[in-house]
Design a protein around this ligand. Structure first.
Ligand code: AMP
Ligand code: ZN
Length: 114
C-alpha cells in the first residue's frame, strides 16, 4: 500500500467506493464523475504508478484486469461494445497515480480518441 495514494485507500477501505467487482488481485468500482452511463475503474490491488511501472514479473496483472472488464461488460449489458482506457502520465491525462483502466460504455462512443 502507498499511503499517499487515493486508490490504495479505497482498496484498504479507508475511503468508500461503489464496488462492482473484487477478487484477490483486482478491485473495480464506479467512477465518481462518470463520463458515460457505465463508467467503471478497474485497478490492481498492488500499487503500480501506471503501465510504465510494470515489469515482466508484474505485467500479467493487466490480463486479470481484462478478464474483470469482460465479466463486467457482460453484467452491465454492454453487448454492443465498450472502451477500455488507461491514461499514463501528464500528456495522457492521468490524475490518479495508481494503475487503472476506465471501462466506458452504454452509449455510441466517439470515433475520435484524442
Ligand atoms: P485518470 O484521470 O485516468 O487518472 O482517472 C482518475 C479517475 O478517478 C477520474 O475519472 C476520477 O473521476 C476518478 N476518481 C477520483 N476520485 C475518485 C473516487 N474517490 N472514487 C471513484 N472515482 C474517483
Ligand atoms: Zn495506490
Amino acid at each position: 500500500m502507498n499511503n499517499d495514494c487515493l486508490f490504495c485507500k479505497i482498496i484498504a477501505g479507508e475511503i468508500s467506493s461503489a464496488k462492482v467487482f473484487e477478487n484477490d488481485k483486482i478491485l473495480a468500482f464506479k467512477d465518481i464523475h462518470p463520463q458515460a452511463p457505465v463508467h467503471i475503474l478497474i485497478i490492481p490491488k498492488e500499487h503500480y504508478d501506471s503501465v510504465n511501472a510494470l515489469t515482466e514479473d508484474s505485467a500479467a496483472v493487466t490480463g486479470d484486469i481484462m478478464l474483470a472488464a469482460k465479466q463486467l461488460a457482460e453484467e452491465f449489458h454492454l453487448e454492443k461494445g465498450y472502451r477500455l482506457i488507461t491514461n499514463i502520465g501528464e500528456d495522457g491525462g492521468q490524475t490518479v497515480k495508481h494503475l487503472h483502466f476506465h471501462l466506458i460504455g452504454g452509449l455510441k462512443l466517439s470515433e475520435k480518441m484524442n
